[in-house]
Design a binder for this molecule. Structure first.
Ligand SMILES: [Cu+2]
Length: 156
């Protein structure tokens, strides 16, 4: 299994990531991104957040260090932490993904904060956010935008 996995990784390394990013699941040589979505921006604000699962297929750890997008010049990596019983969010420089490990970005955990949006994000559209790693690799990820109300209840 290990051999198969390293073979797959080697083969993937030979293929340009341009072809791979056209698929539904974004992946670089080592990173597979799943369940990526962003929140619709609240009317009157220029802020949104984005979530995903980062899977590291490599046999060494990798650090996720930055995110960039055409929709915002300022995307920060944030983490919610419990501080004296209060939920706070703070910016983190990097998120380490262990060898063959995964890190989930989700509400009340790690998330991407998109500041100064150049336009409102609407439900049903999708945006591209490029994720950058400390080995100089990057991957373009498609984030579908989810409505704000959608999560709480379904109207019929
Ligand atoms: Cu935040």
């Amino acid at each position: 299994m290990k051999n198969l996995l390293s073979l797959i990784t080697s083969v993937t390394l030979l293929i340009s990531s341009h072809f791979i990013s056209a698929e539904a699941v974004a992946e670089s040589a080592k990173i597979v991104v799943e369940n990526s979505y962003a929140r619709e921006s609240i009317p009157g604000t220029s802020i949104s957040s984005a979530y995903m699962t980062l899977n590291n297929l490599a046999n060494n750890k990798i650090r996720f260090i930055a995110a960039t997008s055409a929709v915002s010049d300022r995307i920060e990596i944030h983490q919610h932490t419990l501080d004296n019983g209060m939920m706070r969010m703070r910016q983190v420089d990097a998120v380490e993904i262990s060898a063959n490990g995964a890190v989930i970005f989700q509400p009340s955990g790690f998330h991407l904060m998109l500041f100064d949006l150049k336009r409102a994000l609407k439900a049903e559209e999708s945006i591209i956010i490029t994720l950058h790693f400390d080995d100089d690799s990057s991957v373009d990820v498609n984030y579908s935008v989810k409505g704000i109300k959608q999560k709480k209840h379904h109207n019929h």
